[in-house]
Design a protein around this ligand. Sequence first.
Ligand SMILES: C[S@@+](CC[C@H](N)C(=O)[O-])C[C@H]1O[C@@H](n2cnc3c(N)ncnc32)[C@H](O)[C@@H]1O
Length: 248
Amino acid sequence: MVTTSHKPTHQQVLQALKIASELGARYVSRRHLIPRKDETVLIVESDRLSAVKDGKRFFFHPSLAVIRKSNLDTGERDYLIESLNLNGNEEVLDCTLGLGSEAILISHFLPEGKVIGLEKSPIIKMIVEDGIKRKEKLYKWIQKAVERIEIMNADYKEFIRKTRRKFDCVYADPMFEHPSYDSSAMNSMRPFADNSAIDVEDIEIMKNIAKKRVVVKAKWNDSIFERYNFDRVMGSAKSGIGYGVIEV
Ligand SMILES: C[S@@+](CC[C@H](N)C(=O)[O-])C[C@H]1O[C@@H](n2cnc3c(N)ncnc32)[C@H](O)[C@@H]1O
């Protein structure tokens, strides 16, 4: 279902109707909203688009990108950025956009390049795309970074098999096999996310469409690090997260 805030503007109602038609969902005026259990409700408000399911509310917030950038500014290592080893003019395919935090961080390091972000969940794609369009609320460096991000609603497994394009780097960060629930931003996205695992064959195909490298993020105890022999895995033991790197 798609609805608006109480006392919506005409513009909000039009946006809600447009979203409902795009998603093949019902538009329900807020006054008549009685969601069934397990039903997802998208809410168009004046300052954001959010989705509510199972009592969890998901909306775009670039907090994780902000934390990562400020850690980098104080001299901390960021293993994603190190593993991509960017010159600044590359095209990076981010197969798993999610909250868009890493796409924003990568794009910051691509003043002459761009990020193409794929997201299988139409709801996550729509919320993140709406969030980055409301640029005036974002930090200046994020405003610039999001201008170089193109977002598509696509299943990367299909996209990488069909595309005739090549990308300098291909990055994938699927949902963890053994989830950790310590990020509230990630927890709110969880009900809408696709949980399919990455396969060895997916990585082989990513290699075919990458000009420089493929990077896959997973927890150290994720089976992909046993199933695939990466050239190297970078990351800190403290975070429990590794970035598997393949030089093409
Ligand atoms: C762990 S999150 C990615 C987080 C992201 N790196 C960030 O910085 O916010 C994984 C995301 O990938 C999406 N996803 C999972 N499988 C996918 C697929 N086959 N194609 C496209 N997106 C997929 C999930 O819906 C989820 O939004």
